[in-house]
Design a protein around this ligand. Structure first.
Ligand SMILES: NC(=O)c1ccc[n+]([C@@H]2O[C@H](COP(=O)([O-])OP(=O)(O)OC[C@H]3O[C@@H](n4cnc5c(N)ncnc54)[C@H](O)[C@@H]3O)[C@@H](O)[C@H]2O)c1
Length: 289
């Protein structure tokens, strides 16, 4: 259903790789809500995914840019605002990647060159986007900027690895830049901490299917889908949330406030009973036990 919440607004959307991407769903919803925007992703991802189809559907263009390269970002912002015929009202940073996760390096055996790449791509790129936009004065007054985070910024989740450090930094950048941009131009900057979601980036995390199941069992409302995340992002881009800034907003069905749920406990109990049976059997098999 469309409420025309973004009617007349212009935007910039990073991170749509394929139909599963949170940025893809957000672009579809933003288009339905009356926005015009440009899409961007790295030259490599343009070859890997099918962002061209999305651009066609949303009647727009794709401007390639590596978000870690300031010169790419300058070109993107200049070309993007010129294509749209005006400054941006909203920007979505939906970017994440860890070479340590990809190569199976555990947190106690990190490759430090990879760690620097993780931080650059997944967190510092957010600062670069904001700094370039500010220097080129490319975001309108009362504009809204959103980046995507995960609860591993606050809590340790086995397997999330150095992405946890990147997300902690990302959330900090939202607060630090949120003060500057808010004071100067009433531009708000927030992060959304999303449930585990089956996407290319999400699927790369160790034990992802179990994490998905665990989070769903722990959340009273269940995991939030990519479509639901897109809906939430639209509200943050709309004029209905003009005084929300410098926040990390949990969009996770209640997961982040839980300690233990009945549904998770049931599985844990079943697991314990299974383990007890096995231990019992093995005890019986042990001679003299
Ligand atoms: N999927 C999840 O479980 C989950 C949960 C919470 C938060 N997030 C976050 O949501 C965001 C979007 O991820 P997604 O789940 O939609 O997966 P995705 O793989 O569809 O999106 C990640 C995007 O980052 C882009 N990217 C990587 N390096 C880049 C660079 N140097 N410059 C520009 N773009 C680059 C990729 O091309 C891709 O489009 C990420 O920040 C991710 O950490 C995901």
């Amino acid at each position: 259903m469309s409420y025309q919440l973004l009617k007349g607004k212009k935007g910039l959307i990073f991170g749509a790789l394929n139909e599963q991407s949170i940025a893809w769903k957000t672009a579809e919803r933003a288009y339905e809500e009356g926005a015009s925007f440009v899409l961007t992703n790295t030259p490599v991802s343009l070859r890997m995914g099918n962002i061209g189809e999305l651009a066609q559907k949303c009647n727009t263009v794709v401007i390639p840019a590596d978000a870690t390269k300031v010169s790419d970002l300058e070109n993107l912002v200049t070309e993007g605002t010129s294509y749209l015929g005006g400054n941006f009202d909203f920007v979505l940073h939906s970017i994440g990647m860890s070479p340590n996760v990809r190569k199976g390096r555990t947190y106690d055996d990190l490759d430090y060159a990879y760690l620097m790449q993780t931080l650059d791509v997944s967190a510092i790129s957010f600062h670069k986007v904001l700094q370039v936009c500010r220097k080129l004065d490319a975001i309108n007054e009362w504009g809204s900027v959103v980046a995507l985070s995960y609860v591993a910024a606050q809590r340790t989740l086995y397997g999330y690895n150095d992405m946890a450090d990147a997300k902690a930094m990302l959330e900090s950048i939202a607060r630090s830049f949120g003060y500057i941009y808010g004071r100067e131009k009433r531009i708000r900057i927030n992060t959304i901490s999303q449930s585990p979601t089956l996407t290319t980036a999400g699927g790369g995390i160790f034990g992802f299917q179990n994490l998905l199941d665990f989070a769903d069992r722990m959340s009273p409302l269940g995991n939030a889908s990519a479509e639901e995340c897109a809906d939430y992002i639209i509200t943050l881009f709309s004029d209905l949330t003009r005084k929300v800034t410098m926040q990390n907003l949990f969009h996770d069905g209640g997961y982040s406030s839980m300690g233990m749920s009945l549904r998770a406990m049931q599985i844990y109990n079943e697991g314990l009973e299974y383990q007890d049976v096995r231990t019992d059997r093995s005890k019986k098999r042990t001679p003299g036990a």
